[in-house]
Each structure stands twice: as structure tokens, then as C-alpha cells.
Design a protein around this ligand. Structure first.
Ligand code: SAH
Length: 221
């Protein structure tokens, strides 16, 4: 059997993957294209992608996609901060479709270049060619104002507190998922209501790499 499909079925049995829409997109975007070759791509574990960064574990990708799926409808706009391997940006792009916009930002230029190559080999390549999916070198703490406001903001690295620029770039009615904390973090689900007020809750405890400066991340690498 297709090993990527077997991973998706494992995540369904495990209970984290609940909706058909998220299962479909995880079936279409083969995780093996985003994991460096020396690592087992379908194991439910984060894997190193170089530069002190990791591609998140499949169950974390599934959880974030489930939390964000209503804010990833066709035509919507999504920002993926700390896009790393490009995997989630590609999933977001498939969900919002050619009329939507999926932007990944990552501060290590080599990872951005590699993520573009990964996406080119994936089912999301037409979206990259058309420009509804794009990956940029930028400091994610400032977001990506050019395509704001966003229905979805996903942050793939842990921030000591929610960066104000990201809250500002979240659309009223939009949702952000962000790990907040130091070494151990809470995965926070942050909803901006239509009147602009913010409500947030903790989904679960997580351990992500920090949202930091490039020089701090590359120390000891
Ligand atoms: N969702 C990605 C996670 C990658 S790990 C994936 O599954 O592939 C988190 C990423 O955040 C790393 O690639 C790291 O380089 C990046 N990062 C850390 N601080 C950042 C910052 N200030 N701006 C942009 N990217 C950052």
C-alpha cells in the first residue's frame, strides 16, 4: 500500500485526523518529498531538516490542519510563519485553492530554497507556478503585510508571546495557531472575533524550536 496513505490512516486511527478534507490534502501532499532522504519520512516524529530546524511530526501537522480547516476554505488567505520544509504551506495552498493565497515565510534562505524545490515535486506545484502559493525569506515575527489580512496564521516556531504584527495581520473572524512559551510551550488557538476582540485557549502542550533571530538559531549548529 501507498506508505503516505498508510500514514494518513494511522493518524485517523490515532484520532487526531478527523475530517475528510484534511485527510484528502495529507494524501495529496506526500510527506516524503519534504523530509531529507536520510530520515524515515512517515514515522510519527519530527525530523531534522538542517539549520537547527525540524519538520514537525505528522500528528502535529494533522492537528494544526484540523484546528485551522474552517479558516482554510477555497479563496481564503493563509500565512505559515517558520515554513521550514514547506509541507504545511503546500497543504494550506491545496485547501485555499487557486483563488486563495498561501504564503510561507522562513528566515533561513537555504531552507526557503529547499522548500521551493520540495513544493515543485509535489501536487502543489501548479499553485506555486500560478502564484497563489509563495515562499519567502523573511523574519516571521513581522508577518508578511503584503498579503494581509489572513484568515489563517500558523506559527511553526515557539514565541515567548504572540507577536503584535501577527495579531494585526489576522482578519476579524480569522484564527491563529501558535506555540507560546519558552522550552515547553502551549499550543494556543487564537480567534479574532468580528468586533476585533481576541479570545484564546490552550490546545495542548508542545515543544517547538524557538521563533528567534537567524544568528541565535544558527549558534551551535
Ligand atoms: N512547519 C515547519 C516547521 C519548521 S521548524 C515544518 O513542518 O517544516 C520552525 C521553523 O521556524 C524553522 O525552519 C526555523 O528556521 C523557522 N524560524 C525560526 N525563527 C524564525 C523567524 N524569526 N522568522 C522566520 N522563520 C523562523
Amino acid at each position: 500500500m501507498d506508505k503516505n496513505k498508510a500514514m494518513v490512516e494511522y493518524l485517523q486511527r490515532y484520532g487526531v485526523l478527523r475530517s475528510d478534507r484534511v485527510a484528502e490534502v495529507m494524501e495529496m501532499i506526500d510527506r516524503a518529498l519534504f523530509v531529507p532522504k536520510e530520515n524515515p519520512p512517515y514515522l510519527d516524529s519530527p525530523m531534522p531538516i538542517g539549520y537547527n530546524a525540524t519538520i514537525s511530526a505528522p500528528h502535529m501537522h494533522a492537528l494544526c490542519l484540523e484546528l485551522l480547516k474552517d479558516h482554510l476554505q477555497p479563496g481564503m488567505r493563509a500565512l505559515d510563519v517558520g515554513s521550514g520544509s514547506g509541507y504545511l504551506t503546500a497543504c494550506f495552498a491545496m485547501m485555499v485553492g487557486p483563488e486563495g493565497r498561501a504564503v510561507g515565510i522562513e528566515h533561513i534562505p537555504e531552507l526557503v530554497a529547499a522548500s521551493i524545490e520540495n513544493v515543485k515535486r509535489s501536487a502543489a506545484t501548479p499553485l506555486l507556478e500560478k502564484g497563489s502559493l509563495s515562499l519567502h525569506v523573511a523574519d516571521g515575527r513581522y508577518g508578511w503585510p503584503e498579503a494581509a489580512p489572513y484568515d489563517t496564521i500558523h506559527v511553526g516556531a515557539a514565541a515567548p508571546e504572540i507577536p503584535k504584527a501577527l495579531l494585526d495581520q489576522l482578519k476579524p473572524g480569522g484564527r491563529m495557531v501558535i506555540p507560546v512559551g519558552d522550552l515547553f510551550q502551549d499550543l494556543q488557538v487564537v480567534d479574532k472575533k468580528l468586533d476585533g476582540s481576541i479570545i484564546s485557549r490552550n490546545e495542548t502542550g508542545v515543544r517547538y524550536v524557538p521563533l528567534t533571530s537567524r544568528s541565535a538559531q544558527l549558534q551551535n549548529s
